[in-house]
Structures are given as C-alpha cells and as structure tokens.
Design a protein around this ligand. Structure first.
Ligand code: GDP
Ligand code: IMO
Ligand code: MG
Length: 429
C-alpha cells in the first residue's frame, strides 16, 4: 500500500493529469484536494483527449474510487456537465464521491471575479474568471455555502437569501454590475442539488476505509507550487494551497498517511496569467515562440496563449523543499526535440551577486537576473522512446542537470501525451 501526492512544481499545466492517469493504472483511488474548475487537466488515451476540470484524472477507470475532497470548490454546473460528457464517451462516474464539506461556487462568485479583475485594471491577476477566488474568500469569511447546505433545500434557501442580498449590494453599489435574482438562482441550484446528491458523502470516511483496506491512493494536485496562496508569487496566485501540506487538510486525512510526493516538472517553464517569470522568453520568433507553437501552449480552460521560458532550476529546488518531493515526473521533453540550444537557470543574481533563496518581495524579485547553463539539443524525435537508456545522450544530460538542480531523483519521463508515451525509472506501487 502507498499513498502518493502528484503536484505541480511550476505555474500549472505541467501535465499532472497525464501523470495521475498513468499512475492510476496501479492505484485504487484518486483524490482532488484543492482548486476548482480553474484547473484544466488533459488526459489522452488511444489518441482521444479527455479534458477534465473538476473530475479527478482517475475517472477514466470507472472501477476506481474518485474523490473531490473538502478543499475543492465545486461549481455544480461544471461538474455535472463533465459527468454527462463522460457518459457520452461511455465512461461512468459511478465511483465518484463529492465531499459534503466542499464549498459551492455560485453565480455571484463568477460575476465578482470578473468585476474585481476589471477593477484592478493593469494590476489584474489574470484569473480564469471561474469565481474561484471569491468562493474561497467566502469560505474563509465563514459565509460560504457548502455542499451539505445544498443538500438541505431549506438551509440552502435561507443562506442564499442572506448571501445574495449582500453580494448584490457589492455588485451594484461598488462595481456598478448587474444583480442576481433570488428565485432564478434558487431554482437553478436546487435542480443541481438533486443531480449531485448521489455522489455526496463524507469523503474523509471514504478515504479512511481505503487506508484501512491498505489501498493505493493518489492525491491529484491542481494548479501548482508557484500559484500557492502562501508560497507562490503572491498576489499573482490562486486562492488555495496546491502544495503538499494541503493534500491532508484538503481531503480530511492525517499527514502520516502520505508516503511519497511526486513533483511534475514541465521540461521548460510556462505561465498563464500575470505575475513575475524570471526565465520568460519574450521573443517574437525565437525559442519562446518555438516552444509555444511546437507545444501548442494555449490554456485548456481559457484558450489564452501561455507565456513560455527556460526551465528554472531555482524554482524546482524551492518546490522540492516546500513539498518534500522524493521523485520528479518530467513531462513534455519531446517538445524540445527541435531546439538546437537549451538553457537551464541554475541560480539567481541581484546586481551581479548570487542570492540563495527566492525573495518574497515582488520588488526584489523584479531585480533578479537568471544565471543560465547551456545545453546542446538532441534534435531527434524521442516520442517513440520507452526506455531511459534509449534517450539521446544530450537529452540525458539535460535531465541529469534538471534533477541535480532540483536535488530530486527523476522517476518518470513523459515523451508524449498518450498514456504509453511514458518512461518509468522508478516504480511507486
Ligand atoms: P495539467 O494541468 O498539469 O494536467 O496539464 P494540462 O493538461 O493543462 O497541460 C498539459 C498538456 O500537455 C496536455 O495537453 C497533455 O495532454 C499534454 N502532455 C502531457 N504530457 C506530455 C508529454 O510528455 N508530451 C507532450 N507532447 N504532451 C504532453
Ligand atoms: P492546472 O491545474 C495554470 C492561474 C490563472 C491566474 C491565477 C489565478 O490546469 O495546472 P484563479 O482563476 O485560480 O483565481 O486564477 O492562477 N491558474 C492556472 N494556471 N494552470 C492552472 O491549473 C491554473 N489555475 C489557475 O491563470 O494566473
Ligand atoms: Mg492545466
């Protein structure tokens, strides 16, 4: 038996969905512990792409347990549409469990997300506008509506009445936005409630039973370390904790149940949304553009072009420390197949002097210069490689330096989106 957290080490979209799906072959359960429909995890099996936002990436195995934990914020319309979409593809979500303690995203959260972003103007975060931040704000302010409330129509109706009055006042008086009508929202959500009811339970108990039966459990991170509300590039972050510590809190288990933490690393760096990015490539026809076009680096949820840059080893070391990573899963190495020259950032400097740690202050961070090491590309198609030994020597050199910079061993190398395009160096289960 083992329980393994799989999380992002950079700014998201590292390929967590692919790695979770791969590992799920030998797992019994997959658990999402944070975030909401801001996530976009693509899993490709037999060339068919499944785009998941709320559903855990183990859902392609209908007999395995899939859990949305208490730390997740649930947009009922989105999750129900995903369940329907899966059914149309012949995949049943009969073993899906949704925490009764998870918070519910309401239409006013989405509108407030849009209005807050517009009001920030040039300082906007670049959110996915899914209402994620405003929903977590309500959770922390202790006025949130939880899934268990939605399951009790009278409780939901009463809470909605109070919340809607308060939110409509903010929407209209502060932002000059359109208010919501109580009856319409009530009807819409009571409709969702009945459709969600079969999936709702105390998921902490479900997990406890899995551990008691010595099952293999995967915890699927959404977002990533540098989008963490505490440890990321605040305020250009999401409103939850994607880092390893929250796998316990966000799913209702004790930390002693966690055995391994796998950090998913994209072989280069991308970011979608605003905020600092030390190794960003701002060219219009250089390596940054080449990576974006070869890698089709456009957001799954919003379609926005992702900002692209060199791999940042300083970020990886920070992620390794914060999450106590014991293995790395390196993805999208194949996207670098056509690059004659590659760089890895191995240190940060300010005014020519090395700095050891990533500064909290964005003002200080803005003065950081990356220190690069250069690597010759391998200029070979590696998408068909299945054994580490068969990788080109230059690819191995690049991976070795990546691992050294992070201070963590590599357990998996992914060379394509399909499940079988995976090289395993170390088995977890
Ligand atoms: P996530 O949010 O971390 O799950 O990542 P996304 O799904 O948003 O973005 C990763 C994209 O890369 C998806 O389209 C995956 O299908 C794809 N992908 C994952 N691993 C690989 C890989 O090794 N090579 C290539 N070419 N694509 C990959
Ligand atoms: P996955 O799980 C990449 C980014 C947004 C924005 C910031 C805040 O697919 O890796 P939010 O809507 O959460 O309030 O937006 O966080 N962001 C992501 N970027 N991948 C994600 O998820 C993200 N989820 C949020 O672009 O910069
Ligand atoms: Mg994604």
């Amino acid at each position: 038996m083992a329980s393994v957290i799989v999380l992002g080490t950079q700014w998201g979209d590292e390929g967590k969905g692919k790695i979770v799906d791969y590992l799920a072959q030998k797992a019994d359960a997959v658990v999402r512990y944070s975030g909401g429909s801001n996530a976009g995890h693509t899993v490709v099996v037999n060339d068919i792409a499944y785009k998941l936002r709320l559903l855990p990436s183990g859902v392609l195995f209908p007999d395995k347990t899939n859990v949305l934990g208490n730390g997740v914020v649930i947009n009922p319309g989105v999750v129900l549409a995903e369940i329907e979409g899966m059914k149309e593809k012949g995949i049943s979500c009969r073993n899906l469990y949704i925490s009764d303690r998870a918070h519910v995203v309401l239409p006013y959260h989405q509108r407030l997300d849009e209005l807050q972003e517009a009001a920030l103007g040039a300082n906007k975060i670049g959110t996915t506008k899914g209402g994620i931040g405003p929903c977590y704000m309500d959770k922390v302010a202790r006025v949130g509506i939880r899934v268990c409330d939605l399951m009790e129509p009278a409780v939901f109706a009463a809470k909605l009445k109070v919340n809607l009055a308060a939110k409509n006042a903010v929407i209209t008086k502060i932002y000059g936005g359109e208010p919501f009508e109580y009856d319409a929202v009530l009807k819409e959500y009571l409709g969702y409630a009945e459709r969600l009811r079969p999936y709702v339970t105390d998921t902490g108990v479900v997990l406890d039973e899995l551990f008691a039966a010595a099952k293999n459990v995967l915890f699927e991170g959404a977002q990533a370390t540098f989008l963490d509300i505490d440890h990321g590039t605040y305020p250009y972050v999401t409103s939850s904790n994607p880092t390893a510590g929250n796998a316990a809190t966000g799913s209702g288990i004790g930390p002693r149940f966690i055995d391994h933490v796998v950090g998913v690393v994209k072989a280069y760096t991308t970011r979608v949304g605003e905020g600092p990015f030390i190794t960003e490539l701002l060219d219009s026809d250089g390596p940054g553009t080449q990576i974006r076009e070869t890698g089709r680096e456009y957001g799954t949820v919003t379609g926005r072009p992702r900002r692209c840059g060199w791999l940042d080893g300083v970020m990886l070391r920070y992620s390794a420390r914060l999450n106590s990573l014991d293995l790395l899963a390196v993805t999208r190495l194949d996207i670098l197949d056509h690059m004659p020259l590659l760089k890895i950032c191995v240190g940060y400097e300010i005014d020519g002097k090395p700095i050891k740690h990533i500064p909290a202050s964005l003002n200080v961070l803005a003065r950081v210069q990356p220190v690069y090491e250069e690597f010759e590309g391998w200029l070979t198609d590696i998408s068909g490689v299945r054994n580490y030994d068969d990788l080109p020597a230059n690819a191995k050199k690049y991976l070795a330096r990546l691992s050294e910079a992070a201070g963590v061993e590599i357990g998996i190398v992914s060379v394509g989106p399909n499940r079988e395009q995976t090289i395993v160096l170390k088995d977890l289960f």
